[in-house]
Design a protein around this ligand. Structure first.
Ligand SMILES: *Cc1c(COP(=O)(O)O)cnc(C)c1O
Length: 242
């Protein structure tokens, strides 16, 4: 259906959606008694053509997230990236690390020591420091990447020894839930893990960022301590996969 909508209409929709989501994130933070400045809205741009991404950026989106290395590298030259922070949020295979290190400001999907070690190795070789989040599989789902909360501390200690890779916090994608109260329990559990691990004050590990919440559940995430919400379809419309 979407292909029959003229570009101008879709650009207008992106504008309306972006402003509405931005305001909703802000108001949800205020309602939760939080400083709205502490909650950042990421525009998730997978499968979205550059013209629509640029529309969001021109409206003030200062943080974008891409899932696939190839897709990001293919469109980055068309994007208005001045002053925009770029995060990789999709699962990263070790054989793609070479291509993405140095191209993004953060890799949010580190879920093994093997991957962290490769990011470290490539970062040293390129003379850069890579900021990363550790992805936690909060619902312990077979189908999802991410480590279990129980393994978090051990992995963080291991990563803390690696040169040129800097952990800044955690990321999670909760299971698909039927209700806001159900998803809130996952977010609350994630927040508890975040606080517990932060209190351990592991050398060389920062715990300032908790990236959780997407189009369908960002309000529950903000209410439970998220400071990056990753919103795609609620800004850009339903994704078309080619
Ligand atoms: C696609 C994606 C999102 C955004 O999902 P929407 O439901 O479209 O908002 C957020 N995080 C990750 C890791 C994603 O892959």
């Amino acid at each position: 259906m979407e292909k029959f909508i003229p570009d101008e209409a879709r650009l207008q929709a992106v504008e309306d959606n972006y402003k509405a989501i931005r305001d909703k994130v802000y108001n949800t933070a205020v309602k939760a008694g939080r400083n709205p400045e502490d909650v950042r809205l990421m525009a998730v741009t997978k499968t979205v053509e550059s013209v629509y991404i640029n529309k969001a950026i021109d409206l003030g989106a200062s943080l974008i997230g891409e899932n696939r290395v190839q897709e990001y590298l293919g469109k980055k030259d068309e994007l208005h990236l001045d002053g925009v922070e770029k995060h990789l949020i999709g699962h990263l295979q070790t054989n793609k690390v070479k291509q993405i290190v140095g191209e993004v400001d953060m890799i949010e999907s580190v879920d093994s020591f093997k991957l962290a070690k490769e990011i470290s190795r490539v970062s040293v070789a390129k003379g850069v420091t890579s900021n990363v989040l550790v992805e936690v599989n909060v619902g312990k789902e077979e189908s999802k990447s991410g480590i279990f909360a129980e393994q978090l501390e051990e992995l963080l200690y291991e990563i803390s020894e690696l040169p040129s890779v800097k952990v800044k916090g955690l990321m999670t994608i909760p299971p698909i839930c039927d209700s806001e109260s159900e998803v809130s329990q996952y977010f609350a559990s994630m927040y508890q893990s975040f606080i517990d691990i932060r209190d351990k004050k592991i050398d060389n590990i920062e715990m300032n960022i908790l990236s959780m919440g997407m189009s369908g559940d960002f309000e529950a995430a903000v209410a439970n301590g998220s400071n990056i919400v990753r919103v795609g379809s609620a800004i850009f419309g339903a994704r078309k996969y080619f």
